[in-house]
Ligand binder design. Structure first.
Ligand code: SF4
Length: 366
């Protein structure tokens, strides 16, 4: 295996990043991108190039700032320090020192100077109702700004479920007519990183992929990078063994729940949600909702929130065993698609007959 040159490690040490942290970062990025460890030197070399720091314009509209928060708070392995040293952040309201006219001036200058060469990162949905009156910055509507900034970017990364699919602001009845970035700028190259909030490791990995290979990573039909959204939560869940063994928590706090059994009956949407939460986790890899005892609510799927509620009602069909499918193969209509995927493989029901009746009732109600 090719080693990372000593000189590179020393350079990062001089910037305040220990060699251990840097090596951990490179190996984490390789693992997140599903690349062999032999790619570590190439990743390290890409991060080191001062002359190719891509300019980035970070926009924020109808959001709770959770994505900015998640990214800025990630510390292990010093993702922010490394990434912010590696890109040139030209505009980001939440962190920039400039404000008001000066901030807007910085954005205009960056757009002009780097036209067609910068990366736009968008957080939050874009309200299009009432001619954009629900969200304006410096007198311009979010819609107008998105069109201009993303329309002139080399590529756009939409972070969080609001920017990627509309998210909570777009839930019925969607009073502000919130739209996703791709809906507002259909011709732009957009990589979608849904999740509430975006997983900082996935955002870092997408940027590292761009720096290393000069292009965005391969994506599925929803524009989500396959390295992060290529498998269902259910496929890698640490409670999967209990699911397969038919051990389910029936209520929060019962024996099964305390023992870490499967949360399927408590409404877990892991079987129909595509994300790498179980392997990458949140809060610097510390935990994730299912690990903490709450079922997955499917926040990274299109149509969330409407498509995933009620959160505490279990999916109408019992998922099965040994399913091999991709998000692209499974059709639209999440519950129906899940039923189809599992049914097609001749699933053995792990549920009692009464559960079958309950499932039929839920299907009828839905
Ligand atoms: S149903 Fe949910 S808790 Fe159970 S194994 Fe699947 S993802 Fe994990």
């Amino acid at each position: 295996m090719a080693a990372i040159p000593e000189e590179t490690l020393r350079t990062w040490e001089a910037r305040g990043v220990s060699r251990r942290d840097f090596l951990t970062f490179c190996s984490t990025m390789a693992a997140t991108l599903a690349l062999p460890v032999t790619f570590m030197p190439r990743i390290a070399a890409a991060l080191e190039q001062d002359d190719t720091r891509p300019p980035v314009i970070w926009l924020e509209f109808q959001s709770c700032s959770g994505d900015s928060e998640a990214f800025l708070r990630s510390s292990a392995p010093t993702a922010v320090q490394i990434i912010l040293d590696t890109i040139s952040l030209e505009y980001a309201e939440i962190v920039m020192a400039a404000a008001g006219h000066q901030a807007e001036e910085a954005r205009h200058q960056a757009m002009e100077k780097y036209k067609g060469r910068y990366i736009a990162i968008v957080e939050g949905s874009i309200p299009t109702g009432k001619s954009g009156a629900y969200c304006t910055v410096a007198g311009q509507s979010a819609e107008e700004i998105t069109r201009k900034v993303c329309g002139n970017a080399l590529a756009t990364i939409a972070v969080g479920t609001c920017a990627t699919f509309g998210g909570l602001p777009a839930a019925a009845p969607n009073p502000t007519e919130a739209r996703s970035v791709k809906e507002v700028v259909p011709n732009a190259t957009v990589l979608n990183l849904p999740g509430c909030p975006v997983n900082a490791a996935n955002l870092s990995a997408a940027l590292v992929h761009f720096l290393t290979f000069g292009r965005l990573p391969a994506a599925d039909r929803f524009g989500r990078p396959r390295f992060a959204y290529g498998k269902r939560i259910h496929d890698n869940c640490e409670r999967r063994g209990h699911f397969d063994a038919g051990q389910y928590a029936e209520t929060f706090g019962d024996y099964g729940h305390r023992q870490g059994w499967c949360l399927y009956k408590l409404g877990c949407k892991g079987p129909e949600t595509w994300h790498n939460c179980p392997t990458v986790r949140y809060n610097d890899g510390l935990s994730w909702p299912v690990m903490a005892g709450h079922g997955c609510i499917g926040c990274s799927e299109p149509g969330f929130w409407d498509s995933m509620t009620p959160f505490y009602r279990r999916l109408p069909n019992v998922p099965g065993f040994g399913i091999e499918a991709t998000a692209d193969k499974i059709g639209l209509g999440l519950a129906a698609a899940t039923a189809l995927a599992f049914g097609a493989h001749g699933v053995v029901s792990a549920f009692r007959k009464t559960d079958q009746h309950e499932a039929e009732k839920i299907i009828k109600e839905d």
